[in-house]
Ligand binder design. Structure first.
Ligand code: R5P
Length: 286
């Protein structure tokens, strides 16, 4: 097996190759003078199973993913596995208003044209993976998140909404503490209203877990609701830290005990590694 790290996920891909003890190639990706993507795998041939690790967000990384697949195919890759740590466009998984595309389906259909297997991590909706015709699996970051907080004295794990309650359950059970969910109503793209948890938060060290933090609006509202409910401290961990529009600054200035995310998107707080979880999946027979 050879692991190819695309430009979005070099550290993660390198860590995976160390865990698996297999060869690592870093794709040499630059831009043409007009801004188009140029990429190259600097090897004579690739007569092996190939694993490409690359996000499909933002759009420039999506283009690189398409080009890398073609490059490794032409160099003789036996089977191609795509590891897409963060699958972009997953939130537009249906037509909400007439005239919109089903973006997630479009992306999956096109990404699946050359590859033989696909892994994602905490994709926003697992049903999107059914658009791939090849074997596919969504891997869960919850064990890595829970293990990171094992010694941090967490008393209660909460998800910000009902949709993410299974994540809170998985983290809570691994930590051996209770879990619950908050009630969220979205008011606009960046503002939400959060109602308190049913479970008593008074004096508790609470950990909020979510699949992604984008504008940070969800977490700001959740923190406020928990402060009003008497929580002693509030820590936050998500899988994908998008942190758009200075969301990280907004959150760190909000008296949160910790703000952390996984290394599916590499940034200054992506200290929770999913390399082990992905490597274990790559070892499975197929
Ligand atoms: C929503 O369904 C997701 O799980 C996240 O809660 C949401 O995308 C976070 O967005 P924001 O940080 O902008 O509130």
């Amino acid at each position: 097996m050879i692991i190819v790290g695309g430009s979005s996920s070099r550290d993660l891909a390198k860590e995976m190759s160390n865990i698996l003890g297999c060869a690592y190639i870093q794709a040499a990706t630059t831009k043409f003078p007009d801004g188009e993507c140029y990429t190259r795998i600097d090897k004579e041939s690739l007569n092996d199973d190939l694993v490409i690790v690359q996000n499909t967000y933002p759009d420039s990384n999506l283009i690189e993913m398409f080009l890398l697949q073609d490059a490794v195919k032409k160099m003789g890759a036996k089977r191609i596995t795509l590891v897409i740590p963060y699958f972009g466009y997953a939130r537009q998984d249906r037509v909400f208003k007439p005239g919109e595309p089903e973006s997630a389906k479009v992306m999956a259909k096109h990404l699946g044209m050359v590859c033989d297997r696909v892994f994602t991590v905490d994709i926003h909706k697992e049903s999107i993976l059914d658009y791939f015709d090849c074997p596919h699996k969504d891997l869960k970051a919850a064990p890595a998140i829970a293990d990171h907080f094992k010694t941090k004295g967490i008393d209660l794990v909460l998800s910000p909404d009902l949709g993410a309650k299974d994540r809170a359950k998985a983290v809570g059970e691994r930590l051996g503490v209770p879990y619950d969910h908050l009630e969220k109503v979205r008011l606009s793209g960046s503002d939400v209203k959060i109602s308190p948890a049913q479970m008593d938060c008074d004096g508790k060290n609470v950990l909020i877990v979510d699949d992604m933090i984008s504008t940070g609006g969800t977490i700001v509202a959740a923190k406020q609701a928990l402060a009003e409910a008497g929580a002693k401290s509030v820590s936050v961990a998500c899988t994908h830290g998008l942190f758009v529009n200075n969301a990280l600054e907004r959150l760190t200035g909000n008296a949160l005990e910790a703000v952390l995310c996984c290394n599916t998107l590499e940034n200054e707080v992506s200290h929770i590694s999913v390399a082990g979880i992905i490597s274990d999946a790559l070892k499975e027979k197929w």
